[in-house]
Design a protein around this ligand. Structure first.
Ligand code: NAD
Length: 189
């Protein structure tokens, strides 16, 4: 069976799991590297997921690491992501670090270690880096996806649908604004 998860909550699709007697799923061990704002949400969600056997977390900020460990009851917590690479039981890694310049080296190392990776946007700062990550994932037959939860935002999906259609034939200018205002005030369905 193939597991498909909605990206905003779990954010990872396509990992194969075997059905077992009790729960119907075989769980995987998952790590989150970078447990700041976004990674903290990922870690909390993963900690409650029946798909996850053990959660491992990594952050270079000891205070935040301790906070998220307490919140998630993570099996291990480390400040060095190489500990995640060395752990063969960890199959899936979520990378949620800042600054974005470290997305490429950390993702590259995880993919080279044979981990399936969800990397928070942006994929990399340079196109050649992005190409290399995709190539390593292809060669290793690994799942590699970019966390971009706005892809599932109904307002953006609506705009995307309309732009190539007859209702917006030619757009001379485009203005984007992201806001947390209720959907009704934005006038979008
Ligand atoms: N999927 C989405 O739609 C979405 C939404 C928000 C943010 N993001 C992305 O998620 C990423 C994280 O954003 P954030 O707002 O949570 O940032 P943040 O600064 O709150 O958290 C980043 C964490 O990474 C840690 N870190 C940095 N280097 C590290 C390393 N070498 N090893 C381990 N930990 C390390 C930092 O200590 C920090 O706790 C960004 O790239 C951002 O663009 C994605």
């Amino acid at each position: 069976m193939v597991l498909f998860c909605a990206a905003p909550s779990i954010g990872f699709a396509g990992i194969r799991y075997r059905e077992t007697g009790d729960t119907g799923v075989q769980q995987v061990e998952v790590a989150v590297i970078g447990t700041g704002w976004c990674g903290g949400i990922r870690a909390e969600t993963l900690s409650r997921s029946s798909i996850v056997d053990k959660l491992h977390i990594c952050d270079i900020r000891p205070d935040r690491l301790a906070e998220v460990k307490k919140l998630t009851n993570a099996a291990t917590a480390t400040s060095d992501y190489h500990d995640i690479l060395k752990n063969d039981r960890i199959k899936v890694v979520y990378i949620s670090t800042t600054p974005e310049s470290n997305h490429y080296p950390i993702a590259r190392d995880c993919l080279k270690a044979g981990k399936h990776v969800l990397l928070e946007k942006p994929i990399a700062l340079e196109l050649f880096e992005a190409d290399e990550l995709i190539e390593i994932a292809r060669r290793g037959n690994l799942k590699f996806t970019i966390g971009y939860s706005q892809r599932f935002n109904t307002k953006l999906a609506y705009a995307r649908k309309k732009i190539p259609s007859a209702s917006i034939r030619r757009a001379p200018t485009a203005t984007c604004r992201r806001s947390t205002a209720p959907m009704t005030s934005c006038g979008a369905p």
